[in-house]
Design a protein. Structure first.
Length: 183
C-alpha cells in the first residue's frame, strides 16, 4: 500500500500530537547505546557517529543526517525525502509506519511555538529541557514527537518505530538536540 506524503504545516506536531496521545504515554528503561552512536539515555555515545554534514542550506533535511536517522529507526531509510511549502520544509526518512519526519519553519520563532503550545496543552505534554530556547513533546512506547524553537525557527520532529522498546522520548530528545545545534 502506498502512503500519502504528509503536507507541511507550521504546526505539524500538533496534528500528530492528538493521534499520538490516543495510544497513551509510558516510559521504559534507558541507558544502552544503540548502534550508530545514540544512547537511549539521551546522550550521544562517543564511538561511531560520523561528523555532521554542512547544514548551511537551512532546510529540514540539513538538521538530521541519514546515519542519525538510521540509528533512530533501527534500519537504513536511505536519504531523506525533502518537501517544501512556502518557507517551510520537511524531511522524511523511511516509509510509514516506520518514519522520522522533521519539519522546519524558519520564521515565527517564539510566537509560533507559544501558539502551538497553547493548542497542545489540551493533552498531557512533557517539557523538554536543553533543546533550543524552549521545547515540549509527547511520547508513548513507539512514537515520540517534539516541537521546539530556537531563535526565529520552529522545528517539529516525529519518530514512529512500531515494535520499538519504550525509549522514544530519549531518542527524539537526542535528535532534537542535534537539530537545534545545527540551526
Amino acid at each position: 500500500m502506498k502512503y500519502p506524503r504528509p503536507r507541511i504545516v507550521a504546526t505539524v506536531v500538533l496534528g500528530l500530537t492528538g493521534g499520538l496521545l490516543l495510544a497513551g504515554c509510558s516510559s521504559g528503561p534507558t541507558g544502552a547505546a544503540a548502534p550508530g552512536g545514540v544512547r537511549a539515555s539521551g546522550s550521544p555515545s562517543s564511538s561511531t557517529a560520523p561528523p555532521a554534514a554542512s547544514h548551511a542550506d537551512g532546510t529540514a533535511c540539513s538538521l538530521i543526517t541519514e546515519q542519525e536517522a538510521s540509528t533512530a529507526l533501527g534500519t537504513d531509510p536511505g536519504p531523506g525525502a525533502a518537501e517544501s511549502q512556502g518557507i517551510a520544509t520537511s524531511c522524511m526518512f523511511g516509509t510509514p509506519p516506520t518514519v522520522l519526519n522533521i519539519a522546519l519553519v524558519p520564521d515565527g520563532g517564539k510566537v509560533a511555538y507559544e501558539h502551538a503550545l497553547a493548542i497542545a496543552k489540551a493533552h498531557p505534554l512533557v517539557t523538554i529541557s536543553g533543546v533550543g530556547d524552549a521545547a515540549f513533546g509527547t511520547f508513548n512506547n513507539t512514537i515520540g514527537a517534539i516541537e521546539f524553537y530556537k531563535g526565529n525557527a520552529v522545528v517539529s520532529i516525529l519518530l514512529s518505530v512500531p515494535g520499538a522498546s519504550a525509549q522514544s522520548q530519549d531518542t527524539v530528545t537526542v535528535l532534537a538536540k542535534l537539530a537545534a545545534g545545527r540551526l
